[in-house]
Design a protein around this ligand. Structure first.
Ligand SMILES: C[S@@+](CC[C@H](N)C(=O)[O-])C[C@H]1O[C@@H](n2cnc3c(N)ncnc32)[C@H](O)[C@@H]1O
Length: 281
């Protein structure tokens, strides 16, 4: 699919931060952050990323809807937490490359006094994100180079910017699929949420294989063959299990397109990405 058909809006990256194949992807391996950026219509991706992205699209073109609807869900969830719940700290774990409607942009226009900390472990993503955020437009956004697989180390670094004794919204959007073992992924979520205070929230969403079905699994298997870090899609009840011990905000764990859609949107089509927002009591 040509990139122009994926473009959804003017992006930060389009304002002069175009990354060439020489600057990124020195390893030559495709990477999910840049493939996600490609699917979101961004320009921070390499030929290898686009090839891996296209390989997935060939089997499961609906993945573009999942990516876009996930981004829209992120926007509605963050706005809800900032406006209605008064959250002023946001921790975006596995934030990826800025593309369109990024967490820091949504927060800035909704609650300019709030702090956003983006975490990612991919060195190229970190270097590039720091450059984008350094242009000043990102306000109180900070980028932390850390690995969710070392949650203690991650939270130590995050603690330089976020006060865990005050409510924080922890965002885990499309990152837990990179942890194939479900129990390990659950334990990591629990580790982080156990260290937040009551009044904190988890916003999480991940790819599933129940709406389109088997084609998604096939696409995931082919994608793993491209050399990219594999991404495991899950059953909706497995995504739901990340929220154990938390209280769901209505409507619970649902296809992301159906989480509080805009008034007038009716009941949007379901997509193979499930997510929700849970409150820590
Ligand atoms: C599929 S992308 C999703 C990006 C973004 N959250 C979004 O929803 O658009 C997954 C992101 O998680 C990051 N990631 C994967 N494993 C990670 C880990 N162990 N620690 C930190 N970040 C990780 C990847 O580098 C990538 O940027």
């Amino acid at each position: 699919m040509p990139q122009s058909t994926l473009r959804v809006a003017a992006t930060e990256t389009e304002r002069g931060n175009l990354v060439t194949d020489d600057l990124m992807g020195a390893s030559g391996r495709p990477h999910s952050a840049r493939i996600w950026n490609y699917w979101l219509g961004g320009t921070d991706n390499t030929a290898a990323d686009r090839a891996a992205g296209d390989a997935w699209l060939a089997l499961n073109p609906e993945v573009v809807d999942v990516v876009r609807e996930s981004r829209a869900f992120l926007g509605r969830a963050v706005e809800t937490l900032a406006r209605q719940e008064g959250v002023r700290q946001f921790l975006d774990v596995g934030a990826g490359l800025p593309a369109v409607e990024n967490t820091h942009q949504i927060v800035q226009r909704t609650a300019p006094d709030a702090v956003v900390v983006c975490v990612d472990h991919e060195p190229e993503v970190v270097a590039h994100a720091e450059r984008i955020l350094a242009d000043g437009a990102a306000g109180a956004t900070r980028f932390v180079d850390a690995d969710i697989l070392d949650p203690g180390g991650m939270l130590r670094l995050v603690g330089e910017h976020i006060d865990l004794n005050r409510p924080v919204a922890v965002l885990m959007m499309g990152v837990l699929g990179h942890i194939p073992d479900l129990d390990e992924a659950r334990d990591l979520v629990r580790y982080v949420m156990d260290r937040t205070c009551p009044g904190s929230f988890l916003v999480a969403a991940d790819g599933t294989h129940v709406v389109v079905g088997e084609a998604v699994r096939k696409a995931g298997a082919e994608y793993a063959d491209t050399g990219a870090v594999p991404y495991t899609t899950r059953e909706p009840h497995e995504v739901e299990s990340f929220f154990e011990g938390l209280e769901f905000l209505p409507p619970g764990c649902v296809p992301v397109s159906r989480w509080r859609p805009a008034p007038g949107d009716g009941v949007p089509a379901a997509v193979d990405g499930f997510g929700g927002v849970g409150r820590k009591r």
